[in-house]
Design a binder for this molecule. Sequence first.
Ligand code: 5AD
Ligand code: SF4
Length: 477
Amino acid sequence: MSDCLFPILQPAPDHHPSFAHDPTDRVAEARHPATVPGLKRYYIQTYGCQMNFYDSELVGGILMQAGYAPASSPDDADLILLNTCAVREHAEQRVYGRIGQLKSLKEHRPGLWLGVLGCMSQRIGGEILDRAGHVDLVVGPDSYRRLPELLARLESGEGQQQALDLDNEEDYGSVAAARGPGGLKAWLAVQRGCNYACTYCIVPSVRGRERYRPIPEVVAELERLVAMGTKEATLLGQTINAYRDGPHRFDALLRACNKVRGLERIRYTTSHPLKMRTEIFKAMAECEKVCEFLHLPVQSGSNRILTHMRRGYSREEYQEKIQGARSRIPGLAVATDIIVGYPAETEEDFQATLDLVSAVEFDMVYLFKFSVRPGTPAADFPDDVPPEVKQARLERLIRLAKEISTRKNAAAVGSVQEVLVEGRAEDDPERRLVGRTRTNKPVHFPGDDNLIGQTVGVRISESGPHSLQARETLGNE
Ligand code: 5AD
Ligand code: SF4
């Protein structure tokens, strides 16, 4: 995974989802309950992928255990943490921008600590401390348990702190994540780290080797979540389909999670095509709670580029996997990630990517312009696709992906879809209800507040490139 997974907030300029928003470039403020007087308060701002958002919940759990309480805004906090992403240069520039903005807040609020967490810290934590003297601590993704100790050191006047060791055993299994209220949907990391070495990617060096949480532990956590009201769980991992627990693999984990009573939906993200085995598709097909949605990053449609990236598969092998999945899982929606402008990508290579996108007919494509990551193998090659060519290729792919998703969504008109109602759509002038189909497409429709949190049937009446609409819930028709 990388700047990571789910589409939600606004896309950044270097990073262009064709469908909804980009999973990998989210920025969001933590949702926190009211503050508790007298306690030290923390505020976390998260950048990047779903794993990072989940990690922020873990950090919240660690801090609450240490006696901190959540703050409702940075202005109310004694500790501000930025949980950062390193997957593209732009993501890091934004964090430096935010660190700069927070300088004056720190100047006006003696006793306020500012910390930088996550992948960017792991990559260049020392540089952050040097470049921004008002940053008090940098902590990498495997060192969050040390936060209370580091904060105590800060309090005792020891100056800037860093904890940047990777720990291939750390899975945060015993940490109770601080999840926000009303957790209809919850994330749960079952796998962390990455054993691949894709040439462009910073993740293996900032997230360490693969590790996995045991099946019984995952099931027990899901049961606790269900007891607190969760209906949909998204299992997270940088290469989740490489999951192992002794002799058990990812399909066994899915089957075990499927037995959790009261849980309605299971999603997972993200996968590497090389580890996408038929058993996983069978489990997806047979487990009624596992949603018909597959995020399988392809990165390029050119075999020459795929080889250069060290992805380990050809476009034909990728297409076979998709074919295998679709033949077993009726109604499956498929999403992918694509990088344009990788070093030495020719017009012919790019054409091969366009052809692949047309052939596979993805439901969603998350598009990225290649960004040099120092220390990765691809940084040794000239970043020789001119920016305007990268931009033009990106726009051509956006157009194509939009055409395809528009067509596919139009084909859903008239169909009945199961929707888990999440709330009122904030970007909708009519403030209709919004929820997602099992295939992860947003659906807007009118209805009462009492439907929020419910799973309802709707008949799709209209469609757009990025979402669906219904006139009413079934039963009212
Ligand atoms: N430049 C551009 N995009 C990248 N990604 C990973 N590394 C880079 C990079 N150096 C993309 C990949 C990955 C997604 C999360 O981010 O497509 O799947
Ligand atoms: Fe997530 Fe880190 Fe990868 Fe960004 S670099 S997508 S935060 S794992």
